[in-house]
Design a protein. Structure first.
Length: 189
């Protein structure tokens, strides 16, 4: 698993809007963060059935392509709170085509696509991680880790609770584009 866990299969995170990636790198460097994983291009496909039952329940089924790696993620509904907290199960698959065929036979089709460039940062001996995400609708810093670490780190970086974003990238895309229902991919927004 790529992300920091605060317990068994639990993800706790927030997003913070940045002016640009230079601001993000500058803030992270000042706070003692260093690159843990270099910048990579990610293609993400969310799957759902014709009734959109996963979306309606706040559940997410995603296939992420990152270079030669394919990562399947199932996220449960978010719990109420100032941080986005939800169950997250992940596994690598070696054959994207076969996995997509399995999903299709179960009634799941691609429902939404989004792309981003991601760089992961960490502080020495830190309980969390910071991801600098460059997307077609802006640049965001995602902080993931224990709630107290997120709050302390956000404050150190100059952000307040009012700056916390707990929306998914699909929800954020719809909000920032006035309800646009297309995919969030480079060259189309």
């Amino acid at each position: 698993m790529d992300s920091v866990r605060t317990g068994s299969n639990r993800e706790v995170e927030i997003k913070l809007r940045l002016k640009d990636s230079f601001q993000g790198r500058r803030l992270l460097k000042r706070a003692g963060f260093r690159i843990a994983k270099r910048r990579v291009f990610e293609q993400n496909t969310l799957f759902d059935n014709a009734e959109q039952s996963l979306r309606q329940t706040g559940t997410l089924l995603r296939l992420r392509t990152c270079g030669p790696r394919y990562l399947v993620t199932l996220k449960g509904p978010a719990e109420p709170g100032k941080h986005k907290t939800r169950e997250e199960l992940e596994l690598d698959v070696s054959d994207r085509g076969t996995f997509e065929e399995i999903l299709a036979r179960l009634g799941y089709r691609p429902a939404y696509r989004y792309e981003k460039y991601r760089t992961e940062y960490r502080q020495p001996n830190s309980a969390g991680s910071a991801m600098l995400d460059e997307t077609p609708v802006g640049v965001f810093l995602e902080l993931e880790g224990p709630p107290e670490w997120i709050d302390r780190t956000a404050g150190t970086l100059g952000f307040a609770e009012a700056d916390y974003i707990t929306l998914s990238y699909a929800e954020l895309h719809r909000r920032l584009t006035g309800g646009e229902t297309g995919d969030m991919v480079f060259g189309s927004t």
